[in-house]
Every structure is written in structure tokens, then in C-alpha cells.
Design a protein around this ligand. Structure first.
Ligand code: CA
Length: 226
């Protein structure tokens, strides 16, 4: 389905020209010629992106922007005839994603539109990184480093290390590790935790001559920076 663009621009000739170009690129375009109707359409939720002129009759583009932002995080590119730093700063502070100064080359506008839509559609990647001393665990990359060296871990070893690191400095009981890493329905050897801790030590502590995983006798395990 074509992406829907709302164009709020009172200069009808310019609006018509932009509309034709956007149609040609495969976008669906709806036009509004003043601030009030632009705001009304913008809040309908029917659009993927808004091109918003700053100088508009009725309600200024800045005011339209401010009111849209109370309701929606839709990408907005401001169109401004006045190439002044104040406008740009004010626009971006009020929540515009980008701005373009008139007169603009249509290719530049298209590039800004593509960039704004790409940003909007990109999945939010949160890189969770856990560390202890020289050890770094990157959750989304499923990667473990000691210093610069990558360490290969099985999924269970990784999950166990991740849980201990997330609770760095806290002693975690075997029962708690079984619950959180193996799951409540774990059935099997109760010394599984001890076995996997020894796997981790043989891959992390021993080869790198560090001591991160400590045993607290009768209680459980804790990762401490040495
Ligand atoms: Ca205008």
C-alpha cells in the first residue's frame, strides 16, 4: 500500500508541483492549504508522514506542529521559506524530524522523506550490554567478550552468565538460578547449576586468569569484579 503523505502548504502551485512529484514516486498525497484544516487532517491518524509549511494562514506551522506533537509522533518535515537558524532550532525543538528550505530540489525533499520514513519504520534496537571487569556480554548480539577475545558459549551457559551478570554483586541461590535460567518446570539433576558454573569457569575464569564467578558456600553463586 502506498505511504500516505499529508502536505500542508498554502502556496497552491508549489503544493500541486510537490503532489505530482510525490505521486510519481508512488506516495499517496492529501493536501491542506491552511493550518486549521492541516491540523485536523494530521490528527486523523491516516498518514505516515507530514510535510508542514511554517508560514500558513489561520494557524502557523509551528503551532500546528506543537499541537500534533501533543497527540502523535508521526514524522514531520518542516518546509520553510526563511533560511534562518532561529526557525530551524525552533522547529526541531518543537519536535520536527527535519526541515527543508524553499526553494528546494525535489530530489532533496524525496531523500528527506525516505530518511524520515526509514527512521520511523526501523525497529527500536536496544543493545543490552552487561559487564563485569574485562567481561562484556551483549544480549542482542549474543556475544561474550573477555577483553577483545570472543568466548563461545552454549545457549544455557549464555543465559546463566546473563542472569548472574544482571545480578552482579548479589548472591544467587541454586534454586533461583534453576528457576530463572532453566525454568520452573525444570526436572533433572539438581547439581545442573554447579555443572554449568564449572563450564563457565573453564571458559572464562581459567583461560583468562581472572576470577569473576565466586561460590558462596551453602548459598549459591555471585559474579564480582576482581
Ligand atoms: Ca506558506
Amino acid at each position: 500500500m502506498a505511504e500516505q503523505i499529508l502536505l500542508v502548504e498554502d502556496e497552491e502551485k508549489l503544493a500541486r508541483m510537490v503532489e505530482l512529484e510525490l505521486h510519481y514516486e508512488g506516495y499517496a498525497v492529501t493536501k491542506a492549504f491552511d493550518g486549521r484544516s492541516g491540523l485536523e487532517k494530521a490528527l486523523s491518524g491516516a498518514f505516515d508522514l507530514i510535510l508542514l509549511d511554517i508560514m500558513l494562514p489561520g494557524l502557523s506551522g509551528m503551532e500546528v506542529l506543537r499541537r500534533i506533537r501533543k497527540e502523535s509522533q508521526i514524522p514531520i518535515i518542516m518546509l520553510t521559506a526563511r533560511d534562518t537558524v532561529m526557525d530551524k532550532v525552533a522547529g526541531l525543538n518543537s519536535g520536527a524530524d527535519d526541515y527543508i528550505t524553499k526553494p528546494f530540489a525535489i530530489e532533496e525533499l524525496l531523500a528527506r522523506i525516505r530518511a524520515a520514513l526509514r527512521k520511523q519504520n526501523a525497529p527500536a534496537v536496544t543493545e543490552e550490554i552487561l559487564t563485569a571487569g574485562p567481561l562484556t556480554l551483549n544480549v542482542s548480539r549474543h556475544q561474550v567478550l573477555v577483553g577483545e577475545s570472543e568466548v563461545e558459549l552454549t545457549r544455557r551457559e549464555f543465559d546463566l552468565l546473563r542472569y548472574l551478570l544482571a545480578n552482579k554483586g548479589r548472591v544467587i541461590s541454586r534454586e533461583s538460578l534453576l528457576d530463572h535460567v532453566w525454568g520452573y518446570d525444570f526436572v533433572g539433576e539438581t547439581n545442573a547449576v554447579d555443572v554449568y558454573i564449572s563450564f563457565l569457569r573453564s571458559k572464562l575464569d581459567d583461560p583468562f586468569h581472572i576470577k569473576l564467578i565466586h561460590t558462596v558456600r551453602g548459598v549459591g553463586y555471585v559474579i564480582k569484579e576482581d
